[in-house]
Design a protein around this ligand. Structure first.
Ligand SMILES: Cc1cc2nc3c(=O)[nH]c(=O)nc-3n(C[C@H](O)[C@H](O)[C@H](O)COP(=O)(O)O)c2cc1C
Length: 332
């Protein structure tokens, strides 16, 4: 039987960020969150190097594969692949506004085609037993209304998808870069709450601009879950605070305990051909806001870029982590 997924808190799918190394690192900080891959185009998932593109470590679970596509056959095939590989969920991207993604007809431009979205989702649901979920925006271009969004959400739900992640800002499909599309359209949380309120049977996850546990608690009064992207990527130890304040876990690891486990992971991965920087680049923010943050960042940028891995330099990460730990204990 499939275990019910806890989506109270999840880390957002982020291209070039939430790869398997980042997910391993985040899982060391929190056992309770749900994790998502970066968006993977259906064609890459089907024809690419599967181990490289879709492979993951069991420790990352529960884990969802986020897919980008609008070809029913391809989506169906990716669902079967994801289920076979042990993913816990498959999520369709209906929110990415980038030009390239629009050209390939996936992401946010699919908000204009609710019938096609509905057919894709039903095909996906018929192809696997793992949950199929959708991540979308609250509108696009000039459209940001309860009626449009509600009818889009209903299409998705009638196709069988009962978990919908709503990024609480619309997408501007022409004229804004993807980065601007994460900043310029205004956040509209009340619209997301209204959708949840009118669709009590759906699991509605809210996303966009959430940066602290007070906000999380507030959103959880109105929605079923909260998804956070940049605030965790930039300050990964925020997850330890989430473990403590949201999941009431009193046994969260310290930053140096996490660093110690990472060093072990780096050594194992290097033996398999991974470069140290492919892992450590994700940890630049581990000491965000702490004494020693600059020392940590500088050490990583000065020593972790080399192609050849020097274990002495890798081991020295622990000395920096322990010194930082001491410096922060003294000042607290
Ligand atoms: C670098 C970066 C890459 C992103 N890549 C994806 C992606 O692959 N799939 C997706 O659905 N959203 C993607 N997003 C959007 C995030 O999932 C999320 O919706 C957005 O950042 C808003 O949440 P936040 O304010 O908590 O960061 C990306 C965002 C960033 C910053």
């Amino acid at each position: 039987m499939l275990k019910k997924i806890n989506r109270k808190i999840s880390v957002a799918p982020m291209m070039d960020c939430t790869d398997r190394h980042e997910r391993y690192f985040l899982r060391l900080l929190s056992k309770n969150i749900m994790l998502y891959t970066e968006m993977i185009a259906t064609k890459s998932a089907i024809h690419g190097d599967r181990k490289k593109i879709l492979g993951f470590n069991q420790i990352e679970k529960p884990l969802a594969l986020q897919v980008g596509g609008s070809d029913k056959k391809e989506l169906s095939e990716v669902c079967k692949i994801a289920e076979g590989m042990g993913y816990d969920e498959i999520n369709i991207n209906l929110g990415c506004p980038s030009k390239k993604v629009q050209k390939n007809k996936f992401g946010a431009c699919l908000m204009k085609e609710p019938d096609l979205v509905s057919e894709c989702i039903s095909e996906m649901i018929n192809s696997c037993k793992i949950p199929v979920t959708a991540k979308t925006r609250i509108g696009f271009d000039d459209i940001e209304s309860f009626d449009y969004l509600n009818s889009f959400v209903n299409k998705i739900s009638e196709a069988g998808c009962k978990t919908i992640i709503l990024h609480a800002r619309k997408a501007i499909l022409k004229g804004l870069t993807p980065k601007e599309n994460l900043k310029i359209p205004k956040l509209n949380y009340p619209l997301v709450y209204e959708i949840k309120n009118k669709n009590k049977n759906l699991e509605i996850i809210i996303n966009g601009g959430i940066t602290n546990t007070e906000q999380i608690k507030e959103h959880l009064k109105n929605c079923d879950g909260v998804m956070i992207g940049r605030a965790i990527y930039q300050n990964p130890y925020f997850l330890a605070e989430i473990e403590n304040k949201i999941f009431h876990n009193t046994n969260v690891p310290s930053r140096s305990e996490v660093a110690e486990k990472l060093v072990e992971y780096v050594k194992e991965e290097v033996k398999k051909g991974t470069r140290v920087n492919q892992i450590m680049r994700h940890t630049v923010g581990l000491y965000h806001g702490q004494n020693g943050a600059n020392k940590w960042k500088r050490y990583l940028s000065d020593n972790m870029m080399a192609r050849d891995s020097d274990f002495q330099k890798v081991n020295h990460i622990m000395t920096i982590a322990q010194n930082n730990e001491k410096a922060n204990q003294v000042s607290s």
